[in-house]
Design a protein around this ligand. Structure first.
Ligand SMILES: [Zn+2]
Length: 317
């Protein structure tokens, strides 16, 4: 029997589904491993991978700050059930939920909002707009990848505008920064009591940055802004908590390496497929979620670089 390419792909997909069936037959469950990284600062560290049924979409870092009125929840996870698991921790250990904040509109960070919707959920105005506009497309994509992990998830945009500056919730003082570059609106939070800086996806550590809405120069300058703030430690959007400048350095270098790679490929007349086939920049091939994240970045950003390179070809003629 001769299989067409499509049949081969479908057969491969079926084999994959069969191989993963035992793991998915059991009711998918989120196991939380919270760590108290500073006084009253709880980190739920995400897997440093791409969305996958193996991780249930629990790939981003979530932080809860203890306050007199309950937890201040920074990002809510990627599915309704992850949100519910997080909510149970807040209710049982931190006296309920005071409020939540969404750092930006990518679904891994806010699709758990449903579990927190009885309390205020804050996000920057442009994040709230993107949450409303993109919810359906983002949900469709995640249902396709995560399957039953997503059951019951209905994206619930944030309910309140976050404003840059000081914000006190349940006696806990926060400094809110309104930046952008990873997305159109990236919220950064610093906890005044401990100095912990929660950077959202402006910082990645040991995991390849994602670029679906990236503006590289703006992102780089947002990192420069973060670098000027004295902090006791950093929670990146993805990757481990740390106390030094590692994530700032790694993310900055990755951005410039990706920019140079795409510019070079477009200027040399490579096609998008060739740029993808070249694989991640060697220094970053080992990062979590690579090569997938590199390939996605090429797909997402290629057109800009090609358009920038084309006028030069035109002038040469
Ligand atoms: Zn993220």
């Amino acid at each position: 029997m001769i299989l067409t390419r499509r049949q081969t792909l479908l057969t491969g997909a079926a084999a994959f589904a069969a191989a993963t069936l035992p793991a998915r037959a059991a009711r998918p469950e989120y196991r939380l491993h919270p760590q108290e990284i500073a006084s009253g600062v709880w980190l739920f560290e995400g897997a440093t991978e791409s969305f996958d049924p193996k991780n249930g979409g629990a790939i981003c870092n979530i932080v809860m700050l203890a306050s007199h009125e309950g937890a201040i929840v920074i990002d809510t996870g990627g599915t309704a059930r992850q949100g519910a698991a997080l909510r149970a921790f807040a209710d049982q250990r931190l006296g309920g939920v005071a409020a939540s904040l969404n750092t930006h509109h990518h679904p891994d960070h806010w699709f758990g909002n449903q579990a927190f919707a009885d309390r205020p959920i804050h996000a920057l105005p442009r994040t709230r707009r993107a949450q409303s506009e993109d919810a359906q497309v983002l949900a469709d994509g995640l249902y396709r990848i995560l399957g039953s992990w997503m059951n019951g998830t209905t994206p619930r945009p944030a309910s309140q505008d976050a404003v840059a500056g000081e914000m006190t919730i349940g006696g806990r003082e926060l400094e809110i920064l309104a930046l952008s570059g990873h997305s159109q609106a990236d919220l950064v939070v610093q906890d005044r009591q401990t100095g912990t800086l929660i950077a959202g996806d402006l910082l990645f550590l040991n995991r390849a940055p994602s670029f679906p809405d990236a503006d590289i120069p703006t992102w780089a300058s947002a990192i420069t802004t973060i670098a000027q703030i004295p902090a006791s430690g950093y929670v990146p959007g993805h990757g481990p908590y740390h106390r030094d400048s590692r994530a700032m350095g790694q993310t900055q270098h990755y951005l410039s390496a990706m920019d140079a790679r795409l510019r070079g490929a477009a200027n040399n007349g490579l096609t998008r497929i060739e740029a993808m086939a070249a694989g991640p920049m060697p220094d970053y091939a080992h990062l979590g979620a690579n090569p997938q994240e590199y390939q996605r970045s090429v797909i997402q950003r290629w057109r800009e670089y090609e358009l920038r390179a084309l006028p030069i070809l035109g002038q040469a003629g």
